[in-house]
Design a protein around this ligand. Structure first.
Ligand SMILES: [Zn+2]
Length: 335
């Protein structure tokens, strides 16, 4: 991707402000991923080992599509990304795996501009986001680096405008209050007003992808809990009105670790173990990238799902299962 010096500076500050997104080419950068849209993420069978809950997701950053909105290169970039998203969704669906899409504001403003009769001819007359959700089973949540004049509420508002709103997932944030980029997740204890769209109001209540800028010092944690406050993020407060999910690490190998941990009896039988990561757009759009994702992520996760050791889900369904099947019992695994 080419960028002007001005845009490059904007990108650098955006990257600095948005930890855990893998906006920089960093294959080790991790986010989390999803499962069954709106459904039960699956409860453990009596007598069997509880599964590890895995969410596969993709962040579309606020640099995409590149260039000013309304220009031909921007439109071309949008249409190319559109094809990639449809291809990825079809592959996830073929493996009966939930895939979660978490776009920042720019892709959504582009969709409002470019999803016309000609564009939607390939998607049953629906905009691509609606088609992904309604026809291909994709779960869609907001993602926001809160740059460019847009905050999380604005992204949630744009999703509503496109007919795919309703998620209360805060799709990635800088968790560490000691960092200047700290995103103040505790704002969401109460509804937050939009910045670009001040008439909009939204209260996210599921935190995923607790990160640090460029993911250099992301916390290693698996489980589900309610962070007590900004200075005690990993302490559960049963009265807390925001739930956090641990991302864990190392993608499929990390899931293997958690399955082994479970099998060894090293965690309480009813504790929910979680892992999620970002299948980055740069990976999906690379030559052979989708084939690679299918071979190295979708196939092995589907095999673990078939073996009963993993449930692949989305963040909202995961939390619903935590409440319904685990009595909202917090567990924070931090080795
Ligand atoms: Zn991001």
């Amino acid at each position: 991707m080419r960028a002007s010096p001005l845009l490059a500076n904007a990108l650098i500050s955006a990257v600095a402000a948005l930890a855990g997104c893998g906006q920089v080419d960093d294959p080790a950068a991790a986010h989390d991923a999803p499962a069954e849209p709106g459904g039960d993420a699956g409860a453990p069978d009596a007598g069997a080992l509880a599964p590890v809950y895995v969410v596969l997701f993709t962040h579309i950053e606020d640099s995409t599509p590149a260039g000013p909105l309304g220009t031909e290169p921007n439109r071309a970039g949008y249409l190319a990304m559109r094809r990639t998203l449809l291809d990825m969704a079809a592959r996830a669906q073929a493996h009966d795996l939930t895939w979660v899409l978490q776009p920042d504001w720019k892709l959504l403003e582009a969709a409002l501009l470019y999803e016309d009769a000609a564009t939607t001819a390939s998607t049953g007359g629906k905009n691509v986001l609606r088609y992904l959700r309604e026809d291909l089973g994709v779960v869609i949540d907001p993602h926001s680096h809160e740059n460019g004049g847009y905050n999380y509420t604005d992204v949630a508002h744009l999703l509503e405008q496109l007919g795919v709103g309703g998620s209360t997932v805060i799709g990635g944030h800088i968790w560490d209050p000691a960092l200047p980029e700290f995103q103040g997740w505790d704002r969401f204890r109460a509804p937050v007003t939009g910045q670009r769209y001040p008439e909009a109001s939204w209260r996210g209540d599921i935190l995923i992808g607790a990160g640090t800028p460029n993911h250099v010092n992301d916390p290693l944690v698996s489980g589900v809990w309610r962070p007590q406050d900004r200075d005690h993020y990993f302490v559960d407060d049963p009265a807390g009105n925001i739930v956090a999910l641990g991302a864990w690490h190392d993608q499929v190998a990390g899931v293997d670790e958690l399955v082994a941990l479970r099998a060894a009896g090293d965690v309480p039988p009813d504790a929910m173990l979680t892992a999620s990561w970002n299948l980055q757009p740069a990976t999906l759009t690379a030559p052979g990238g989708l084939d690679d994702v299918e071979a190295t992520v979708l196939a092995p996760i589907a095999a673990m799902r078939d073996a009963g050791t993993v449930v692949a889900t989305d963040f909202t369904s995961l939390v619903a299962t935590w409440r319904s099947a685990h009595g909202a019992t917090a567990y924070v695994h931090q080795p």
